[in-house]
Design a protein around this ligand. Sequence first.
Ligand code: ADP
Ligand code: MG
Length: 692
Amino acid sequence: MKKTETEKMFGKFLCSDDVLKKYMDRKTFAKYLKTKETEGELDALVARKIAKAMKTWACENGATHYSHWFSPLTGKTAEKQVSFIEVDKNGKLVEDFSEKSLIKGEADASSFPNGGERVTFEARGYTVWDYTSPAFIKEDKAGNRTLYIPTAFCSYNGTALDEKTPLLRAIESLNRESLRVLKGLGYDDVKKVVCNVGAEQEYFLIKKKDFDKRSDLKVLGRTLVGAKPIKSQEINSHYFGVIDDGINSFMHDVDKELWKMGVMAKIQHNEVAPAQHELVPIFCPANIASDQNQVIMEVIKNVAKRHGFEALFHEKPFANMNGSGKHINWSLSTDTGVNLIDSNIKDRRLFLLFFTSMIAGIDRYYKVVRASTAHRGNDLRLGGNEAPPTLVSMFVGENIEKILDSADMKVKNKTKYLETRVASLPKMKKDYCDRNRTSPFAYTGNKFEFRMVGSSQSIAWPSTCICTIVAKVLKEIADKLDKADNVMEAADKIVKENISNHRRIVFNGNGYDKEWAEEAAKRGLVEYKSCFDCLSVLDDKDVLDLFEETNVLDRGEVCLRKSTFAKAYAETVKIESLTMLELLHKDIYPSLYKFVGDLSNSIKLDADGKNGARSDMKEKILGALDKLYAKGEKLKSNLNVLDGEEDLLKKALFAKDNLAVELEEVRKIYDDIEAILPNYLEPFPTYNDILF
Ligand code: ADP
Ligand code: MG
């Protein structure tokens, strides 16, 4: 059959195994595949041949450069472009790419977040090729092409300085422990267990001309002030609404770019808030999904610019409106094609053992789950406008509830049909259970949807935490099964224990209800309200043990993360405060002075003295100006205090309790005034201008 245009386009820029096969000899390629099956260490000769194959393919496809591509702890990716040119022994210029260049790169580790504990003369860091995530070519708008090679980033001593290294360790650990449990239950044929992830990406798309006029959007990707628009999201008109022609062109271009790079972009639609959208790729192994999610964000950003838009990935670009999240859909599958948390798998014991282990894991380490989503942007989102609450719980649906009630392995899923009461509409099986939009961690029949993750975050860290937690629980189970005389009985006992000991984390009701917060407290569940509250979690002994025993992060690496998060929090609030001051001085004050001037002139010119309304207005503006000025000066002096604080945790706490609070106070004063400012004096585009 002839290939469709999309099929021809798909993977054009992806260095897939099919590409490598074409450019390598059969024996070496077979050796590579064999190593890949178990994700073991790659032979040097194989690596050399892959390097040659990659280079030949990339240059044939117009690439002139390559880049080791990695994810330091900045939430963004990093790269260094290196051309393929080399000088051969005759002094002639040739294009070449050695195995060494493929495997290892060097970067100055002290220039990336490293917890601040390193001294600069020991700053060597390495980027190390990750062959489990395929390389790809990225093309800029002028048509220049570069080969991107996914890499991990570690310090000279092997300390993980990035998002990928812990994720790879967690994936390995989860694979190892899952295999042990499966072996215990007699599944000897399974060679590999893979954690699959599908990340739904929400974002806002606004006109570039509005974006350019607001320094808060330019610097922070969010608005610091802005009165509520006349029409907001109350009448539910945007979610799945008709896609505007211009947005549609943008979305199709995004899909095409992603398809070329081998990203299976599948769904695009309008989201709940005005100007908010979502892109969903088809799920794939967690490590690749994590790299692809970075590519998705980069492509959305670049294509948006080409269409005269700016894409915003901030968790809360506009107050009082839906924020943006990134739902991580998570499941666990064997290489024999069994999804271990699919409620329909035949072996009920297998399903229940893995499923209840997830419940046990999330209950034991829900604070880690919460902490994995903690950063300043998400603080502004969680707990409001359709975002999940900051309190972690799991939704499992009524079928599973029945099983948990009876601990009966034999309860089967009943097929239910949709009742439309229209004869001509087809009879349709219903989904396993209804949705629960208020649940942070919701089961949907064959996967969990982790909905707390922020839209700007790398999905690597939350994925790492979930994989680690499940690996830890499975490790303990495997140890028990190893020692058991009757493995099946032992497995059934573990299921019952998982249910009786950890059911408190299951909650199927409305996560926004006040009563739930009270009930959760009775169950002993702690709510970690802010990012700052989550930082202390990383000091807890059980958390340090969790990461250490699973070989994901040693104590130093956890500490490094903690100080990096604290620093990022304080720095972000500092930049927000500086931006607020800039808005006040450059935009807001001048506009208010002008308004007061115009009102004074108008009052002066008024011969009959009937100027009550204008005098009132003038007083109001003057009053607001005084209040704004006082708050602005407070912000300035607190910025000095912040700068003087050396201790990173104290700094973050000070930022949270002072600057972050003052920013909200300034916003409140200005937003009231913005609503009554005449059009000709608006200092920058308003929510009405930007969103509609
Ligand atoms: P929703 O209906 O919640 O908005 P979407 O259809 O937007 O969900 O996205 C669902 C995501 O879950 C997709 O990325 C999809 O590929 C992924 N997904 C589906 N099945 C699995 C699975 N078994 N494991 C992991 N992810 C999955
Ligand atoms: Mg979706």
